[in-house]
Design a protein around this ligand. Structure first.
Ligand code: AMP
Length: 370
């Protein structure tokens, strides 16, 4: 039997990890480099010219590894086809204002917000939302880009051209950030990973610890919230929900209609990882029963050089994306999974001397969280 072949829009590491996970499911997963309109077969790095007719004939379902897709002719035609999965999620979630309106509509707690049309509205928005605002572009910002923290009355550097495409959010006084990654099948079945606890620095995810410490009281609440969202969008596949914990309750920060960096821990921490689950949902392979989980530290490798000895340490798994090195660019990640959180510390001690100063201090910070 052949399961439905899947095309992933995007030629980055997330699609590659989907293709890799699919190899043991008997599912063909190829990727489309949306910058060049070339096809990348399976886990190869070949680039093959293609066209719309071939793509529509060859695949049964089309998904994406990123929510901000280019509007070029081929991508637009693929999104207009009936193979495109999750059209409404990809229409609503990439625009923060639409995403937050949806959350408000279905009663899912999220940071209070308003549109910010013109600079003169700032004082009234401060009156409504508080002394410090987080201003975000409605589209396109990620990893802390397109975001400004604005205390009342302070000179700011938001470009005038951005107004009209901005939202203002209340600055939330959270105790920590957690995320839930889960999947929904076309028959409505859902499956969730345990919550992960995430640490950001300069708007970029640095590490996740899963399962998040002392989070059993939040798990059911998080699952209900994400179920409500996925059902409303009739969503099929993996979705990620990033939340703030505020006074023991969850508040959604952001939703992503895709596999997510804070779910990378599942590659070694779960019998079925998030990439596998996404492909199962889309290609009609049954979900596993409840997978087992191991405590995991996932640390991103950002703007650094590859160290050949990372993968020499038993129990330490390095995923290197072979991307060009750039400051603040995610170039890989390291997973350490053990039965017990305490055992991770021993492995981290072996890894520590092989890291540069910045990553060493992130690892030290992670260890303090255990
Ligand atoms: P985002 O790009 O929306 O995921 O934001 C990146 C990071 O900025 C988050 O992970 C938080 O650490 C911080 N942040 C975003 N929105 C808020 C908010 N409303 N209140 C406080 N911190 C925020």
């Amino acid at each position: 039997m052949h399961n439905h072949p899947v095309l992933v829009l995007g030629g980055g590491q997330l699609g590659l990890m989907m293709a890799e996970a699919a190899t043991h499911l008997g599912v063909v997963v190829d990727r489309l480099d949306t910058a060049t309109d070339q096809l990348i077969p399976g886990t190869s790095n070949l680039r093959v010219d293609t066209d719309l007719t071939v793509l529509l004939r060859r695949y049964s379902v089309i998904t994406a590894e990123m929510e901000h897709l280019p509007n070029n002719e081929l991508v637009t035609a693929l999104r207009d086809s009936n193979l495109w999965a999750n059209g409404s999620a990809f229409y609503i979630l990439p625009a923060r204002n639409r995403q937050k309106s949806l959350l408000d509509e279905i009663g899912v707690n999220n940071a209070p917000w308003q549109m910010l049309q013109v600079v003169d509205d700032l004082p009234a928005v401060h009156d409504a939302l508080g002394e410090t605002l987080i201003i975000k572009t409605t589209r396109g910002g990620y990893d802390g880009k397109g975001q400004w923290v604005i205390p009342r009355g302070i000179q700011h550097d938001i470009p005038p051209s951005a107004f009209g495409e901005l939202i203002a959010e209340q600055k939330v006084d959270f105790s920590r950030e957690v995320s839930l990654v889960g999947a929904r099948a076309s028959n409505g079945q859902t499956l969730f990973y345990p919550l992960a606890e995430n640490h950001h620095h300069q708007g970029i995810l640095r590490f996740s610890i899963a399962p998040a410490r002392a989070s059993s009281h939040l798990q059911a609440e998080a699952e209900q919230m994400l179920t409500k969202i996925m059902e409303r969008l009739n969503y099929v596949g993996v979705m990620a929900m990033e939340c703030f914990e505020v006074d023991g309750k969850l508040m959604v920060n952001e939703l992503a209609p895709r596999v997510h960096n804070s779910g990378h821990w599942s590659q070694t921490g779960s019998g079925v990882n998030q990439f596998d689950l996404h492909i199962r949902a889309l290609s009609g392979v049954v979900f596993p029963k409840v997978p087992s989980f191991r405590s995991t530290l996932m640390m991103n490798l950002i703007g650094c050089d590859y160290h050949p000895h990372w993968n020499q340490i038993d129990g330490v798994h390095c995923y290197w994306y072979a991307k060009e090195k750039r400051e603040n660019r995610k170039l890989g990640h390291i997973n350490i999974s053990q039965i017990d959180l305490g055992d991770i510390q021993g492995k981290a001690e072996c890894l520590r001397p092989l890291l540069d100063e910045e990553h060493r201090s992130m690892l030290d910070l992670a260890m303090l969280r255990f």
